[in-house]
Design a protein around this ligand. Structure first.
Ligand SMILES: [Zn+2]
Length: 248
């Protein structure tokens, strides 16, 4: 049996499967990494600060207008579409072979592909709230605002509920992630590696039987996985879920 078939069988037999979707799955959906040198350079030239400086809680508080200029233009205007990898994930959930997806992406990619049970550790761009009265605002309200998006009632900035540099993952979300992972019989690490922020904190709680890693990028700690598939998630996962192709 090839690796796709092996993983397919493991997923069929699993009593509880959890997937962690990492940054490489977002890149496969067209996201440009803030940390990529060419992006960093472009942003610094245009705004006078690096993406990491701008996308931080300190910057949000002190230079709110520049923050929103960057946030709207660089994060809300480019539209990302969920990759085939997310579509396969949703199919797996529909088949009853995936119980939960955990991600640090802020674009709702799993949900937009059709996943129902998703934990967004870093929040999402679609969740915006006035810190004073709690009124919710859609993403479009933020995107289409002239300068700083203000609460209609309180006239103070509406806060996108995405995690900024310098902030911690919400405690309740972290506890839920740990609960899900400790329940899992199979853990899928998709487009991420053992050294990533996403895995580093959570994989230690996994006590199940099979840890499966799918990522085209190699990492020296990957040998902790039971099965490794060196391929992009967007091509590998559909083959596993749909069972059409054989490994070459
Ligand atoms: Zn308000």
């Amino acid at each position: 049996m090839d690796k796709y078939g092996m993983i397919r069988e493991i997923l069929k037999k699993s009593t509880y499967t959890v997937a962690m979707c990492g940054t490489d799955m977002m890149k496969e959906s067209g996201m440009q990494s803030m940390r990529a040198p060419e992006i960093s350079y472009k942003v610094e030239r245009e705004y006078g600060y690096s993406p990491e400086e701008i996308f931080s809680s300190v910057f949000y508080t002190n230079r709110t207008e520049t923050f929103f200029k960057y946030y709207k233009r660089e994060m809300l205007e480019p539209t990302l579409e969920p990759s085939e990898g997310f579509a396969a994930l949703a199919e797996l959930e529909r088949k009853g072979q995936l119980q939960y997806s955990i991600t640090n992406n802020v674009y709702d990619l799993p949900e937009r592909a059709g996943c129902k049970k998703v934990l967004n550790l870093h929040g999402t761009i679609f969740d915006n709230e006035c810190p004073r009265c709690g009124k919710k605002y859609p993403m479009e309200y933020i995107r289409d605002s002239k300068k700083i998006p203000l609460c209609e009632k309180c006239q103070i900035p509406v806060r996108p509920k995405v995690m900024l540099f310098g902030e911690q993952v919400d405690n309740q979300l972290m506890t839920r992630a740990v609960n899900e992972i400790s329940k899992a019989d199979v853990l899928l690490l998709l487009g991420t590696n053992f050294n990533s922020g996403l895995c580093d904190r959570y994989v230690q709680y996994f006590e199940g039987s099979n840890l499966i890693l799918i990522n085209s990028q190699e990492h020296f700690r990957d040998e902790n996985a039971n099965i490794i598939l060196r391929e992009e998630v967007k091509t590998a996962l559909p083959k596993i879920v749909r069972g059409e192709e054989k490994e070459v």
